[in-house]
Design a protein around this ligand. Structure first.
Ligand code: TRP
Length: 462
């Protein structure tokens, strides 16, 4: 794909001629939803809900999605489509000779850090797929499964699977077989949803499933701390893939005639339902089997094998499930890598192959460091009390994405020209009803909320 740079704010029709655009409205929603739906929904969401007390946390999370996350996604889409380029260049075009482009840069750093631990967890899924199919969990009780999980992630095997994930990811980005992947995932992702629904029904029929259901949907505010609000906020960015310029890059591929607002609503609805579905699969089972809700990152990897152990055809279903989860994770790692590769291509005029090799070389190193930090080799090195793996997870979710999101909404609300925003959101000459509320949110509500949550957590106010 060659990208011809245009002068700032030239008509978008010109951009559309020189850049790939998504073929159809369904195409953009499917691609962005593919980026959004991943381990964040099935692995991360349940475990942070478990660690932060359940229902009350979910309400805060939903509020963050509705008020801040969706607005941030719309900002990214409209900046991307307006400028027709990657996140760094987009800021340079709209705000020449200002430091705003650093927001794009921060996104690049964030995506490298996310890839470093995310590819590790994706690798765990491959191992779980194989173990499940081979009957590796048969006969084990929760304690036994927990033990095998602990032994697995503190060993060296995860590095092998992580390298497979990175190899596949780089291969897809390198050879540009994205179209193939998109076609495959359009079939496999709905299948993942079907399987989640099936598992959800199964979980709800377990003895004492009610306790898990109540944990999820009956808010108990006693477990909520300022820190959990920051975690909810950070996760709402993480799960929607916003706050780091990825959706900006996607926005640059959206046709001028497409309605950005309805796209944001569809993507968010798909993402949120899958996360809630994952919760409905996990928590009734956690309470039914007497497992620990606040288990941490191992939650899904201990609970799911246990569920499959107690299901007809569990071995096979477990294998299929972890296969689909691996694919969901790979569609996310592809877009995480793609932003960096696109940036190098656009900026230095490097070939796709050269750019891919450059980025993946860095990521192989940072990924191995993350995985080794779960073993005794690097486990003793702590940054702010966390090993590299947990540090990469925490620093991206709690700091880099909220700050990136803050800059993106501030930029849209206070720096961009209102006419440009209205023009981008106008569909067939009609200004949609939500334009004014949206502007109010990005100018005042979102920045103030992000700032308060943030300052409160780091202890500066409150
Ligand atoms: N949203 C992805 C998930 O829920 C994770 C993610 C965060 C991501 N930022 C991204 C994926 C950027 C692709 C691109 O699993």
């Amino acid at each position: 794909m060659s990208v011809v740079m245009k002068k700032p704010n030239t008509a978008n029709e010109e951009v559309a001629v020189t850049r790939d655009t998504f073929g159809s409205k369904f195409g953009i929603v499917a691609a962005a939803a593919g980026s959004a739906v991943g381990l964040g929904n099935v692995w991360r969401f349940p475990y942070i809900v478990g660690e932060n007390g359940g229902g009350a946390f979910i309400l805060i999370y939903l509020a963050c999605i509705l008020v801040v996350g969706m607005a941030a996604m719309l900002c990214e889409f409209l900046i991307g489509r307006r400028t027709g380029t990657n996140a760094v260049q987009a800021f340079k075009k709209l705000a020449p000779n200002t430091p705003w482009f650093l927001t794009g840069w921060m996104g690049i750093i964030t995506s490298v850090l996310i890839l470093s631990f995310y590819s590790g967890v994706a690798g765990w899924c491959i191992h779980y797929m194989i173990a499940s199919l081979m009957g590796g969990f048969t006969g084990l009780d929760a304690g036994g499964i927990n033990q095998t999980f602990g032994a697995f992630i503190t060993g060296y095997e995860p590095i092998f699977y992580q390298m497979i994930i990175l190899f596949i990811t780089a291969g897809v980005v390198f050879f540009g077989v994205k179209k193939g992947i998109e076609r495959v995932s359009k079939i496999l992702m709905p299948l993942l949803v079907v399987l989640l629904v099936l598992l959800g029904v199964n979980s709800l029929m377990l003895p004492n499933a009610v306790a898990g259901f109540e944990f999820l949907f009956k808010p108990d505010w006693s477990g909520v701390t300022p820190e959990s609000i920051l975690i909810a906020l950070g996760h709402s960015f993480f799960t929607l893939s916003v706050g780091m310029g990825v959706m900006m890059t996607y926005g640059s591929y959206i046709k001028k005639s497409d309605n950005l607002g309805t796209s944001v609503v569809s993507i968010t609805a798909a993402d949120t339902s899958i996360a809630l579905l994952a919760g409905i699969v996990i928590f009734p089972a956690v309470f039914s089997f007497g497992l620990e809700a606040a288990e941490g990152p191992g939650l899904v990897f201990v609970t799911l094998p246990h569920i499959f152990n107690n299901m007809p055809f569990g071995q096979l279903l477990g294998g299929v499930f972890f296969f689909l989860l691996t694919i969901a994770a790979i569609t996310s790692t592809i877009s995480l890598l793609e932003v960096n590769v696109a940036y190098l291509q656009d900026t230095f005029n490097w070939k796709r192959s050269k750019s891919t090799i450059a980025v993946i070389s860095v990521i192989v190193v940072t990924s191995i460091i993350c995985s080794l930090s779960n073993t005794e080799v690097l486990g003793h090195i702590k940054l702010f009390g966390l090993n590299f793996f947990d540090f990469a997870d925490k620093v991206t979710n709690d700091y880099l994405m909220p700050i990136g999101g803050l800059f993106i909404v501030l930029f849209t609300g206070w720096y961009m020209k209102k006419e440009d925003i209205v023009d981008e959101l106008t569909v067939e000459g009609q200004k949609p009803w939500y334009v004014e509320p949206f502007l109010f949110i990005v100018k005042f509500v979102a920045p103030v909320l992000i700032a308060i949550v943030f300052l409160n957590t780091i202890g500066l106010v409150g």
